[in-house]
Design a protein around this ligand. Sequence first.
Ligand SMILES: Cc1cc2nc3c(=O)[nH]c(=O)nc-3n(C[C@H](O)[C@H](O)[C@H](O)COP(=O)(O)OP(=O)(O)OC[C@H]3O[C@@H](n4cnc5c(N)ncnc54)[C@H](O)[C@@H]3O)c2cc1C
Length: 259
Amino acid sequence: MQPRRKPKVATVCQVSDLTPNMRRIVFESPEFDQVDPTNCLGANFKLLLPQHADALSHLDDFRNPNHFIVRTYTVRAFEPKTCRISVDFAMHDDNPGPAASWASQAKVGQQVGFAGPGPLKPLHPDAQWYLFAADMSGIAAAAAVIEGLPADAVGYAIFEITSEADKQILNFPAGIDVIWKVHAHPEKMSHQITETIKTLAWQDGTPGIFIVGEGTSLREVRQYLNEDKEIGKRDMYISPYWKIGLTEDQHQIQKRAEE
Ligand SMILES: Cc1cc2nc3c(=O)[nH]c(=O)nc-3n(C[C@H](O)[C@H](O)[C@H](O)COP(=O)(O)OP(=O)(O)OC[C@H]3O[C@@H](n4cnc5c(N)ncnc54)[C@H](O)[C@@H]3O)c2cc1C
């Protein structure tokens, strides 16, 4: 586990549209020299959006909503030499929250707070093949983890995207079969990830399972894998990254109440 460190100030140094509904923002900070390059790709951090001009001098009190709105994002790429971290923001324009709205106006030179990154979520240590699935919020995490697999890794990656044009060019091991599914209205529940998993040729041996995205959709996926494939909860990593109709703060409260 990586040690907890003081949140830092990060400055926007590049903004580009990776695809129509995915914006890549690159942040730099001299303090990113403390980030472990071998253990950060796909890990998450807290993006701290300043709520007043002096907020960044209150990083020690970043949970105070008078100073910051806090949202969770993923380290997609890290360049240790330049101390730059790339983050991919899903742009949910129909119903944007503070983070997506901030990303849509982000400009070079703007500053935010950055807490983390935290530890990576481990895949099953005995995995003989892999099953990844994610919606737009989780492609960054899944892709970063897949890119770290051995070249001979085999399995599937199901990515649910908002439009055909949101397909990305990904540098995965050749044995990872990438399946793209379009879901044009992420504000409505999708059954596509479960339905697609049901069509896969299930391989022999232990799967390494990593599935992230919208919470109600993932509940169905978990139930299918648990009941039909008899995979124990501890043997798969399934994590709801957001939930239809809830802000991240409301979703966190709901998750804690369900634990
Ligand atoms: C560990 C972890 C890592 C994450 N990494 C990333 C990442 O790298 N990139 C990324 O884009 N997201 C990522 N997310 C998801 C992101 O934190 C949420 O989508 C968050 O709610 C966005 O904040 P917001 O201020 O834009 O919207 P909020 O204020 O939280 O929500 C406003 C409204 O938008 C809806 N909404 C939230 N997210 C989405 C979405 N993706 N699509 C459609 N509607 C949505 C909510 O249901 C709500 O109705 C991650 C989440 C977790 C837990």
